[in-house]
Write a protein that binds this ligand. Structure first.
Ligand code: SF4
Length: 213
């Protein structure tokens, strides 16, 4: 049972793509799910979820730190904050072993950087600037409602490359003869939007070294 709970927490915290997993990873459902699960379990999985969520955050920051050190570019209104957060990664990467250490990471707003594979960006979360839940007072982003004009967005060269790949897929879908005209137009529009985001990244990108100097 202990191994199952650890495995469940790992998957909840890290499995990319699904809205539920994303929401849980970044807090909204984490409390609800863990509370429900805990009521059927003697000591619950709150601490395991905190540990795995903190480790997932550390992994995101460590990967960003390594990318920036290798010269990867970054853009977006939150690029500078992302660079600053990534610079802290070596201090805790691989060393999150206790719930207390996990809470220290999760409670530090300067480290609130979340990969958002659905929107092909990183959310460098600042509640006061968040556009995904203006009326709420939650401490985590609603990644499934991410808004393209949010001031918490940062993108790396990898995201820009993925934007172009996704745009190409949409264009191929639109090119199918069987696709009705209005749908094809919608696909072309979406593709153009993604390409324009990738172009904006190429225009505005800086490297970690440039930004630090
Ligand atoms: S809208 Fe802003 S705060 Fe919300 S998920 Fe997107 S980048 Fe993060």
């Amino acid at each position: 049972m202990a191994r199952f709970r650890r495995s469940l927490a790992w998957h909840i915290a890290r499995r990319p793509g699904g809205l539920v997993a994303l929401a849980i990873q970044y807090g909204h459902l984490r409390t609800a799910v863990s509370a429900g699960y805990a009521s059927r379990s003697r000591d619950g999985i709150h601490e395991l979820l905190d540990l795995e969520t903190a480790r997932a955050t550390a992994d995101t920051l460590t990967a960003l730190h390594q990318d920036l050190a290798a010269g990867t570019g970054i853009s977006g209104p939150a690029a500078r904050r992302a660079i600053q957060a990534a610079a802290q990664a070596p201090a805790f990467a691989g060393s999150i072993r206790t719930p207390r250490q996990a809470r220290d990471i999760l409670d530090n707003p300067a480290l609130a950087v979340y990969d958002n594979p659905n929107s092909l960006l990183m959310c460098v979360y600042n509640r006061d600037r968040a556009l995904c839940h203006r009326a709420d007072t939650v401490d985590s982003p609603s990644l499934h409602r991410c808004q393209p004009s949010c001031a918490n967005i940062a993108r790396t060269d990898h995201h820009a490359q993925q934007l172009r790949q996704r745009a190409a897929v949409l264009e191929r879908q639109a090119d199918f003869e069987a696709v009705p005209g209005p749908l094809a137009e919608r696909l072309y529009r979406s593709s153009a939007r993604l390409r324009s985001q990738a172009d904006a990244h190429n225009r505005d990108r800086v490297t970690g070294c440039e930004n630090a100097s």
